[in-house]
Ligand binder design. Structure first.
Ligand code: HSE
Length: 437
């Protein structure tokens, strides 16, 4: 059968991995796809790099738009990243009737709704398995494997850089700054790590998973985002003493009022499997009403793990290429005319449990004042520890765990607690999730 011709935009880490794995496993991939899949053109700013990787086997150019315009090309593989040029290229490819495979989470989280609508109109596919959790086939699992279920919630460790940093902080008692430095030295964190450590990368990914799980448009602008850069080693230590680990989670949950969509450091019981995902690994926990909890684990980044997802998409697109567009798997799991308008809730309305750390004077009546404020906001205490003041100190750390409450109630209580004369400085607030039934 006629081969499928792909044009590769960007041959950096993931593009290079895609080129290598496609060549190495050519026969297996052809047997699966039913016809050969060939990269026939590569666009790359660094022509020397592209020539070194492709070794003269394919045409190389620095003009990505010429690849997107090439009538011989059936599929565009977009691995450039970013939301400007990449968006123009993807929309141009779609307008030219080409299928698109992309690993670009930022592009889909910001512009996915527009891109999928354009693809729908043109009858082409946009596949994006590599955009979330690298090599873990989580898109396919949520969109197809769990299609029988009403999905209740998803909670994922979907950023390897931050999981590596948190693992180092816990293992070695390092500060955030020291663990970040180590991550940079080892190549886990980029020179400018902002997107990873501030939770933006995880927010792109949970936005995509949320849209797939609940059949909504992308709601990145409604996603609550809090990274790990302000997390203190002392909270990781106290959490551990209480039987919890702290992970940066992307969480999306269906609730009666809408959808929760949030990224933040989260205490989870140490006994949960997902709490034991260490280093740069990713894991996604999905709760469906029929199947219960399912957990997906693997490498969320890297050349060949991500190439694994890119090539799986190339195979899928090749298999479905001749199917009528209306008989293909819908981009966002639900048929386009059944995309629902379910609002993402403001954080103030989100319900969860909390970890609070306060520095208090060690004197009579302090606990009574604090618990009175919490009771006035209808917040119930689940557990509490008070550390003895250090030698010569008059203040002690007090750690409280609460039962479920709304964020607006805990914030109101914290504002009152911080006004007490016996409380020094700010209250540290972290969210807690049981992630079980
Ligand atoms: N920078 C991401 C991470 C990988 O650290 O997991 C690509 O999304």
């Amino acid at each position: 059968m006629k081969p499928m011709n792909a044009g590769l935009l960007g041959i950096g880490t993931v593009g290079g991995g895609t080129f290598t794995v496609l060549a190495r496993n050519e026969q297996e991939i052809t047997r699966r796809a039913g016809r050969p899949i060939r990269i026939v053109k590569v666009a790359e700013r660094n022509l020397a790099l592209a020539k070194e990787i492709t070794k003269g086997t394919v045409e190389v150019t620095d003009d990505a738009f010429s690849v997107v315009a090439d009538p011989e090309i059936d599929i565009i593989v977009e691995l450039i990243g970013g939301t400007t040029v990449a968006k123009d290229l993807v929309l141009q490819a779609i307008a030219n009737g080409k299928h698109v495979v992309t690993a670009n989470k930022a592009l889909l989280a910001h512009h996915g709704t527009e891109i999928f609508a354009a693809a729908q109109k043109q009858g082409v596919m946009v596949a994006f398995e590599a955009a979330v959790a690298g090599g873990i086939p989580i898109i396919k699992a949520v969109r197809e494997g769990l299609a029988a279920n009403r999905i209740e919630w998803i909670a994922g460790i979907i950023n390897g850089t931050t999981n590596f940093i948190l693992s180092e902080m816990r293992d070695k008692g390092l500060s955030f700054a020291a663990a970040l430095k180590e991550a940079q030295t080892l190549g886990y964190a980029e020179a400018d790590p902002t997107f990873d450590i501030e939770g933006v990368d995880a927010a792109h990914k949970i936005t995509i998973l949320s849209a797939l799980a609940f059949g909504t448009a992308m709601q990145f602008d409604k996603t609550y985002i809090e990274g790990i850069s302000r997390l203190e080693a002392v909270d990781i230590k106290y959490a551990e003493q209480l039987g919890y680990r702290i992970k940066l989670l992307g969480i999306t949950r269906r609730v009666p009022e809408g959808i929760e969509l949030r990224v933040h450091p989260t205490l989870i019981p140490a006994k949960r499997l997902i709490a034991n995902v260490e280093g740069a690994m990713n894991a996604v926990l999905v709760e469906g009403d029929a199947v219960g909890a399912t957990l997906y684990y693997g490498k969320g980044a890297g050349a060949e793990p991500t190439a694994s997802a890119v090539i799986a998409d190339l195979v899928d697109v090749t298999r479905m290429h001749t199917a009528d567009p209306e008989n293909r798997v819908p981009h966002l799991a639900f048929q386009p005319n059944h995309i629902a308008d379910i609002p993402a809730l403001p954080m103030s309305e989100v319900q969860t449990s909390y970890y609070l750390r306060l520095r208090v004077e060690d004197q009579p009546g302090v606990l009574a004042d604090i618990t009175r404020i919490l009771a006035d906001e209808h917040i119930s205490i689940d557990a509490m520890i008070q550390k003895e003041p250090g030698e010569g100190e008059t203040q002690a750390d007090l750690i409280l765990l609460t039962h479920l409450t709304r964020e607006k109630h805990i914030d109101a209580a914290i504002a009152k607690i911080e006004k007490l004369k016996v409380v020094a400085g700010k209250v540290t607030k972290l969210r807690m999730e049981e992630l079980g039934k």
